[in-house]
Each structure stands twice: as C-alpha cells, then as structure tokens.
Design a protein around this ligand. Structure first.
Ligand SMILES: CC(C)C(=O)C(=O)O
Length: 515
C-alpha cells in the first residue's frame, strides 16, 4: 500500500441531492429501506437523507431513519441539509431525533449578494448565529459553501473572508460543492490544494456534480489534493446531470489511488437495483459496474481470449460485485461465445451441431433480433429438431378486448401430450392469458413466476405491421430469467415469451424428477 494511502469517507446523498433528480420522489418507507441498505450493507460512512422543513412526509421519513439509526449506533452518521434560518431548521432536525446539520451557507459573493441581498459580514453573522443555536442544541455541524467553485474562481477574497470568520466555530466538515458541475480536474486539484494548505487543520468534503461528465475524475483530483471525504449518489442521481456515482467512485479510489474505504462492493449492484426501482430512473445498460451489460462480452474474439487464459480479464471482474460474466449471442458470436453459453446451461453438443447452431445464431442476429441465453435451448431444439423443449404447445389462442371492457381469452394447449381447453379474463389480453394458462398449469403443480420487467420493441424504422419483439424478465426467486417472443401482434409476442419460460421450467422439473 503506498504511504499516501488514507481512509476516505464516502458521504452518500442519494436521499437528498439524489431526490433532486427531475421526477424522483421517494416515499418514507423507500427512504428508510435505502438508508438501511446504505449504512448496514454497503457500509458508507455517512448519509444525507433530506432537506429540513420540506414536508410532513419528509419529517416522517427522517424520524423513522433516525429511530432505526439510533438503535443501530449509527445516529451521528445520518445528516440533514439545513438553512441559515436561526432556529427553524435546527428545531425541525431536533424534532426528528436528528444529530447532524449540514448548514447551507453561500460560497460565492454573487450568490450572497444577488440571492440573499447581504454582505459578507451580514451573511457570516447569520451563519454564526444559526451555528451557535445548533451547537447549544447539541447538534454536530457541517457547513456547505454553496457555489464555492464559482466563488473560488470569481470572488476568492469572499471565500477566504468567509473561511476566516467561520474557522473558529465548531464545524466538523467544510463541504465545498461544485454546485453547477463546471470544474475540470486541474481546477479541482489547484483549488483544494490551496484550501487544504491554507487551512491545514480543517476537514474538507468535496461535493461534485456531473454536468461535464467529470464528476469521478474531479473526485480523484480532490482526493489527490488532500480531501478526506467525498459525496456521491447511487446510480449518479442528483440535480441536473447528477452527482458522482458511488460505484465508480468506490472502485476508482480503491484501484487507481489505493485509498482505503469502508464500502462493501458486493452490495453495489443490489443497492443500485433498489434505487432504480424506487426512483423509476432506469440505469443505462452500459453504466460502469451496475449496468446490465457491462460484464457481457459480445465479440467472439473476447470470448475466445477469456477461454485461452483470461486474456481479457481486468481487476474489474464481475465476481467482485456478485455478478457473473456472460457472453452475448448474435451476429458477432464465435465458437467460444456459444461454448460459454452451453457451459452455463450445462448443455453438451457435438462440434458439428455447434456449427449448425452458431450459423442460426448469426443469421438471427443479422436480422437485428436479440437472443437471450434462455433462447438458446429453443434455437438448439429448432435446429436439431429435438422435442425436449416442447413440454407445452399452444395450439390455439383467441383474445377479445374492448376499450372499457375486461379482456377475455380462450386457449387450447397440449401439455405433455394432454390436451386442455380453457378461458381466462383479465385487465388486458396478456393478463387474461396468464389467468387461463394458470388454470391449466395448476394440474402440473407449476406456478408461473412474477414479472420483473416486460419490454416491447419494434425494429428501428418499423411500421405498424412490423414484427414486435417482447422480452420478459421473470423473477424466479433466486435468479432473474429473460425470455423472448416475436410476433406481429405484441400480445402474442408476450404469450410466446411466456410459453418459452414455462417450457424451460417444466423441462427443469422433469430433469430434477429423473435425477
Ligand atoms: C444544495 C447544495 C449543498 C448542493 O447540492 C450543491 O451546491 O451542489
């Protein structure tokens, strides 16, 4: 470990700045679940959970979080943004059982003058008055210098003047934000280097924003300059382009700067999924560490290299994050990609059959269709004309739907050679089908898993008569599975994807009975 290796605190602000993402609002119970996951499982050092005085719902959420944190010994690690309003934010935080205020002071002369209409002397007197009250009430105090990045560039004397006045006060962390995300790494390094040298006994936090896509690079620069705590959010949520992604920051500080952190990386993906669900903001498939596709090799040459001594391995291996490497199937697949998928499914095929299956995969890929690992057994069955994946066959299906009427469906299916005919009803064609097929499958002790995701796509530039593709993600308890169906009618595409899943699971049930 290099001698400059230090412990860097991560302060997660998903529940405060993250909730300032356009369109995001967490319920109190969602906030409590995220707070617990952050402190107990991900083990971040501190969390900022709300702004004071926002709403009754926010008060309830903060009270619940503080109650739990107190029982777990985490009370001082829960922080709330408060305002320079003498007693009001402090009283609000106290009434929720809170122990820490992150006080929002003005870090640029322009903000102080234009927004507050105050001079440096007036503003620092107000800030010190609120700090005095917070201190009397027993709160721990951190101070934000909002718009500090512009203040440092355009009104440095103001920044120094404010620091001189606040320095003697009982402030644990001076939190310096790049409020508008305008800094580049050299500017971050130079300004923090100056601040850390000028005030060597003070603790500085860096609060980045990602407007230029530089938040993580800026965190590196701040840490290099001597900062001991950085702010980040799950999934890079936050005002405008967000803050810095906690997943990126964690791996970069560990791997590229040999810093010590308390976070448990094996929980990064689970928390990302929780925040994705609660926030309704989808994580891009190529988002580092947490994106759905970032541990998938697409080019056949990469799969081949992985097979020949891990030529494409890096420190950023999927196992580190409780994920697995997968190999995409499509027009760029090679022999090795297919082999890796066959291994995963524990399927054994001769070289000659592998060639035929690969040729089919490439031709399906050429027509722009997606192929999931769970599609592979069907492609094999189809190419090799095997019947092993035809435990259930849909013989007929008709659906009736009306604008203000429930949908009804009538189906005829063959399950393991037995014919069934039944009807179902539901709030849409697919729902009605699920009702009908459920009635049949109960005779086989089979219960369909719940949906985790349901996506309908048409080819780019498609028209109303185009084929539609439905990819369903199923929550199968200990794993998520994807199946795909293609049909001109989008409801039938969903139905075909469902039949595929049922076939896979009936096949597994039959195998486990044989074993
Ligand atoms: C509200 C403040 C603390 C902020 O988020 C920022 O300046 O970026």
């Amino acid at each position: 470990m290099p001698t400059n290796s230090r412990h860097i605190q991560l302060m997660d602000t998903t529940l405060r700045d993250g909730e300032q993402t356009q369109g995001v609002a967490f319920t109190p119970m969602e906030k409590v679940s995220i707070a617990k996951a952050l402190l107990q499982f991900l083990r971040v050092d501190r969390i900022e959970v709300a702004s004071a005085r926002v709403s009754e719902g926010e008060k309830e959420a903060v009270s619940l979080i503080n109650q739990w944190a107190g029982q777990e010994g985490f009370a001082e690690r829960v922080e709330v943004l408060g305002f320079v309003d003498h007693t009001r934010s402090v009283d609000w935080i106290k009434s929720t059982g809170g122990k820490v205020i992150n006080l929002l002071a003005k870090g640029s002369e322009k903000h102080c003058r234009e927004q507050l209409g105050k001079t440096l002397e007036q503003h620092s007197a107000d800030v010190l008055q609120t700090i005095g009250y917070a201190h009397e009430q027993g709160l721990k105090i951190n101070v934000y210098l909002e718009d500090w990045s512009n203040g440092y560039k355009d009104s440095r004397d103001y920044v120094y003047g404010l620091m001189e006045r606040l320095q003697p006060a009982p402030i644990s962390h001076f939190m310096l934000p790049d409020t508008l995300g305008v800094m580049a790494p050299e500017e971050v390094y130079a300004s923090f280097n100056d601040m850390c040298q000028r005030y060597p006994t003070l603790q500085f936090d860096f609060h980045p924003h990602n407007d230029y896509g530089l938040a993580t690079a800026n965190v590196m620069a701040a840490v290099r300059a001597g900062v001991s705590a950085v702010h980040c959010t799950v999934n890079c949520l936050g005002e405008r382009a967000g803050n810095a992604s906690i997943a990126e920051v964690a791996v970069v500080l560990r791997d590229k700067m040999a810093m010590q952190l308390s976070v448990d990386e094996s929980h990064l993906v689970r928390i990302s999924e929780m925040v994705e669900n609660f926030s309704g903001k989808r994580v891009a498939a190529n988002a580092p560490i947490v994106g759905a596709d970032v541990f998938t090799q697409t080019a056949g040459i990469h799969a081949d290299g992985d097979q020949k001594g891990g030529l494409y391995k890096t420190k950023l291996g999927p196992e580190r994050f409780s994920r697995i490497r997968s190999y995409a199937l499509g027009k760029m697949s090679g022999k090795a990609s297919l082999k890796k998928n066959l291994e995963q499914l524990e399927l054994d095929l001769s070289e000659e059959d592998q060639k035929k299956v690969l040729a089919r995969i490439v031709s399906i890929g050429d027509s722009k269709q997606t192929i999931t690992t769970d599609d592979l057994p069907f492609i094999i069955a189809d190419v090799l004309e095997s019947k092993s994946y035809q435990h259930i066959k849909l013989l007929a299906c008709s659906i009736n739907s009306g604008l203000d009427l429930p949908s009804t469906v009538s189906i005829r299916v063959d399950v393991k050679g037995e014919k069934h005919q039944t009807t179902g009803a539901g709030s849409g064609g697919f729902d009605a089908f699920i009702d009908a097929i459920g009635k049949v499958l109960q005779h086989y002790n089979y219960i369909l898993p719940t949906l985790a995701d349901y996506e309908i796509r048409i080819p780019k530039g498609g028209h109303t008569s185009a084929l539609t593709e439905c990819v369903i993600t199923w929550d199968c308890g200990n794993e998520l599975r994807k199946t795909r169906g293609v049909h001109v009618n989008q409801v039938f595409a969903g139905i075909l994807a469902t039949i595929k899943l049922i076939n896979i699971q009936l096949h597994e049930m039959a195998n486990s009975l044989q074993a």
